[in-house]
Ligand binder design. Structure first.
Ligand code: PHE
Ligand code: NA
Length: 458
């Protein structure tokens, strides 16, 4: 075991680690999920449940995941096995699930974004981006899951995405993941600032932002609004996937764990809020150009990126092409730094358990990722994406989070982790944190699960 510890990759600097954690957290969800959720759940008033969720669940749990990985020195399965052998499975479940459930379709969406960077140059989606995306681009002419109908551009981009992922993973922690995020994160920030600044200046932007943030406090009485806030916090911070555990296991002993968790969480939420201004300015501009209300053009997820934005870009005239290239590029960058973190969580788990050679493993995983992704490149894949997204956000992450809290809070001396955190970190963590993990979080997550089930069945 000592050999494994000695060979373990390490971040070159604390900042490299924080950037990688932020890279995992900031993803497609920040750009097309948060702003729509806010709009749909009380506008500006949504910030209340969102911030409550951030401080009662997001930050304490991120501290816990960083803490487990750092104190136990291991990826999710190994770290949890070191909490107690009976918990090893709890570490495998999420890393297997993200590797074979999420990253397969996440990489396909990134591949679409790569194609759209090129399409933006010539506004290839023409007058009807809707039809272009679903029929021409997805090649879904009535046959929902015909793999033969996959378009060459999708295949080419998907090969590119997996080659890049391979190149990053194979180079290891500091020369691969850290280096990539040192390039990706500043690039993403610059792209986003340009895009948001540009969007704010568009005609109609004000109406869009008003729709985004207009507070409706009466909505705070609905459980659904609170559930959405907690679900989003889990997803947005990449919690319950074993990613943050693996990343923290690569830190040197003396590292400000608690501080890093706070910085990661605030950077991620700040980015979401900022991106929301951009998204809704563009929607406001679209509504304005078409002489309709903002509510008539609001969409989210895939529809936002591949239908609404292309429409808006076409409406911008020649400058729209530049806007389009920057926008899709920003999605590619945000997405890649997240998908790389998923592959790493699984890679780390397998290397820790079986001592597999990283080179071989990276190659195998990327080939599997590419082949598995083909399922999602057809229209049938879109339904699958919706289903996975729903169950993942409704149950998957919350269940893992709940079990994590129970495993570490009740079957392990959580005080050990807290002492460790306080020894290495600058921000002291009071004993209250133990109780947040032991009682408050399981309580909140339990209520959410029950509510979800009730809503599902009714
Ligand atoms: N946190 C990412 C986002 O907000 C999503 C993600 C999911 C990242 C799973 C890694 C793993 O988009
Ligand atoms: Na996020």
């Amino acid at each position: 075991m000592t050999a494994a510890v000695r060979k373990r990759g390490q971040w070159k600097s604390p900042w490299g680690f924080v950037l990688a954690a932020i890279g995992s957290a900031i993803g497609l969800g920040n750009i097309w999920r948060f702003s729509y959720l806010a709009y749909d759940n009380g506008g500006g008033a949504f910030l209340i449940p969102y911030l409550v969720a951030l401080f009662t669940a997001g930050i304490p749990l991120l501290i816990l995941e960083f803490g487990i990985g750092h104190e136990r020195i291991g990826s999710a399965p190994l770290a949890l096995a070191k909490v107690h052998p009976r918990w090893e499975w709890l570490g495998w479940w999420p890393v297997i699930f993200v590797m074979f459930g999420i990253v397969l379709y996440y990489s396909v969406i990134i591949a679409w974004c790569v194609d759209y960077v090129f399409y933006a140059v010539r506004l290839s989606w023409g007058a009807d981006p809707d039809a272009f995306f679903f029929h021409t681009f997805l090649g879904a002419s009535g046959a929902p899951s015909r793999i033969g109908a996959v378009q060459t551009p999708v295949l080419a981009a998907l090969v590119g995405v997996w080659c890049l992922t391979w190149a990053i993973i194979v180079r290891g922690v500091s020369r691969g993941i850290e280096l990539a995020n040192r390039i990706f994160m500043p690039l993403l920030l610059v792209l986003t600032l340009i895009l948001v600044g540009w969007s704010l200046g568009l005609e109609g932007a004000r109406e869009g932002i008003r729709a985004y943030l207009r507070p409706d406090f009466s909505r705070l009485a609905e459980p659904k609004v609170w559930i959405s806030a907690y679900g989003q916090i889990f997803f947005t911070l990449s919690l319950g996937f074993g990613i943050m555990i693996a990343y923290a296991s690569y830190l040197p002993h003396k590292s400000d764990i608690t501080g890093s968790a706070v910085v990661t969480a605030l950077a991620n939420s700040g980015f979401s809020l900022l991106a929301g201004f951009g998204v809704f300015s563009v929607l406001g501009f679209m509504a304005h150009s078409q002489g309709v209300g903002v509510e008539q053009v609001v969409t989210h997820s895939i529809g936002l990126a591949f239908v609404a934005y292309p429409k808006a870009i076409s409406l911008m005239g020649p400058a729209g092409k530049v806007f389009g290239v920057l926008f899709f590029l920003s999605l590619v960058v945000a997405g890649l730094s997240s998908s790389v973190s998923i592959v790493e969580a699984f890679t780390a788990a397998v290397v820790d358990k079986f001592g597999t050679d990283r080179r071989t493993l990276a190659g195998v995983l990327c080939v599997i990722g590419f082949v598995g992704g083909l399922i999602f490149t057809t229209q049938g894949g879109l339904y699958w994406i919706d289903i996975v997204d729903h169950f993942l956000n409704a149950y998957g992450l919350v269940v893992v989070g709940l079990l994590e809290c129970v495993a570490v809070g009740w079957f392990f001396r959580i005080e050990t982790i807290r002492r460790h955190l306080n020894r290495v970190s600058r921000i002291p963590l009071g004993p209250w944190w133990n109780w947040v993990i032991k009682l408050v979080l399981p309580g909140i997550l339990g209520v959410i699960l029950v509510q979800q089930l009730v809503e599902e069945l009714s």
